[in-house]
Design a protein around this ligand. Structure first.
Ligand code: LRH
Ligand code: MN
Ligand code: MN
Length: 432
């Protein structure tokens, strides 16, 4: 294994400064949980087993459709992106895998695999991109302006299907076992396209992708209410997504991106329904105030993130059988992406830890007694518990940082890569 990006001595020095306070806080939390009949070490072990993938596209500044303001030391290609992902994993110890987007991350598969292995990383679900044109790709000369898998022209649909299969094949070569398909296909005006015919065309294309996938692959389809299409989107919600997964077969599942719903939609209930239907394939974690904002997970509504995890924990064995994929899907405009991704991975684990603290027997009792206040309090008690020392303990046991953002800042990593990587100015056109 090659050298990890942050020098061991930096990590040791930063952890050393925080060790005594951390031990005291962990012991105090252990006592509190003990009084509730919860063994703190069991929660730590569950957290250590919980991983979430980082998106390769998240380590650069995203930008909006108005402008992109690049930060210092942005990675210039997939190999540098992997270095940044390795920093996130080295300090946070929750993100051993990376989700790639093709063609953004196209490279020699063997070189990619070697690079990732040298950094202790592997690859999660592959993402195919048919929401942009790819003028540099001789295999994709046709435009996706009016859609991809549901396009009226069979030649465009065939091109999009071929691209998806090529992405899956690329994924197979680097050890991935899933393909995530999100399409922006839709219409801006009533009448522009026929709801039924466009969905039938989508299904026909999706069937062709499903049939051509490597044997060990799962297919995740991702719904999104709107954007880039502003009147109707072909795969707009979990109902349509469930139809697709059922239509395709056993290896097809629904992916829930938390930012892809109307404000106020009860996402945790959708999660519960998809578990019931045995079709929950995975998540794209992020947070949002208005639309598909792609803000850091847990930064706007941590209670909602907790409620999603509450459903996952409640599902128990049914969830173990489904083994949903956990991925972050964020865009960073005003923060250092490495810090945002470290923080998000921590907030996702925090929500999981809090959900593990819910007294499930008591909750059921309150539900059966129609005791709304006590049922609600039961959840709130778990949510209000500050599990920060548990997160730190899980990181520490795996060689990470007590305070990963502080350790990152102490390392001077950003300054170092800024000297090596000249800034790439962008005029705009953020992607999500
Ligand atoms: C679409 C989306 C989808 C894409 C990613 C870049 O909004 O969530 O997952 O692949 O953003
Ligand atoms: Mn997404
Ligand atoms: Mn999105």
């Amino acid at each position: 294994m090659s050298e990890l990006p942050i020098h061991e001595s930096v990590l040791e020095a930063d952890n050393g400064k925080r060790q005594a306070a951390f031990e005291a806080d962990f012991a105090a939390l252990g006592e509190t949980l003990d009084r509730r009949g919860i063994a703190v070490d069991a929660i730590v072990e569950k957290l250590r087993a919980f991983a979430v993938a980082v998106p390769s596209w998240g380590v650069g500044t995203g930008g909006t459709r108005f402008a992109r303001f690049p930060g210092p030391g942005e990675p210039r290609g997939i190999m540098e992106k992997l270095n940044d992902c390795a920093v996130i994993q080295q300090l946070g110890r929750a993100t051993p895998s990376v989700s790639l987007h093709i063609p953004w991350d196209r490279a020699d598969p063997a070189a990619l695999k070697d690079k990732a292995a040298s950094l202790g990383l592997c690859f999660d679900a592959m993402n195919s991109n048919t929401f942009q044109d790819h003028p540099d790709d001789p295999r994709q000369p046709l435009s996706y302006k009016f859609g991809s898998l549901s396009h009226a022209d069979p030649a465009v649909r065939a091109q999009a299907v071929e691209h998806n299969l090529a992405v899956a094949e690329f994924g197979r070569a680097i050890g991935s076992t899933a393909l995530t398909v999100w399409v922006g296909d839709g219409a801006n005006f009533p009448g522009q396209s026929d709801h039924s015919r466009s969905f039938e065309r989508y299904l026909q294309s999706a069937r062709a992708i499903y049939a051509g996938l490597p044997q060990n692959f799962r297919l995740f389809t991702e719904h999104k209410m709107y954007e880039p299409a502003f009147y109707s989107t072909v795969v707009q919600d979990w109902g349509t997504n469930l139809l697709i997964a059922r239509e395709l077969g056993d290896r097809a599942f629904c992916l829930v991106d938390l930012g892809h719903h109307a404000p106020n939609v009860n996402i945790e209930q959708i999660v519960s329904r998809l578990i019931f239907a045995k079709k929950l394939g995975g998540f794209h974690f992020n947070d949002a105030k208005y639309g598909d904002d792609d803000l850091d997970a847990g930064s706007i509504d941590p209670f909602r993130l907790f409620l999603v995890f509450n459903e996952l924990v409640e599902a128990g064995e049914a969830l173990e059988r489904l083994a949903p994929a956990h991925m972050i899907d964020q865009s960073h405009n005003v923060t250092d992406p490495i810090e945002s991704l470290i923080r998000s991975a921590g907030e996702i684990r925090r929500a999981y830890a809090q959900a593990l603290l819910v007294d499930r027997a008591a909750l059921r009792g309150h539900q059966d007694d129609n005791d709304a206040i006590m049922a609600s309090e039961c959840l709130k008690q778990a949510f209000r518990t500050d599990v920060t020392p548990i997160l730190a303990k899980a990181r520490l046991l795996d060689g990470g940082a007590i305070d990963p953002i502080a350790a990152y800042r102490a390392s001077g990593y950003r300054k170092k890569v800024a000297a090596e990587r000249p800034a790439v100015r962008g005029s705009g056109g953020g992607i999500v």
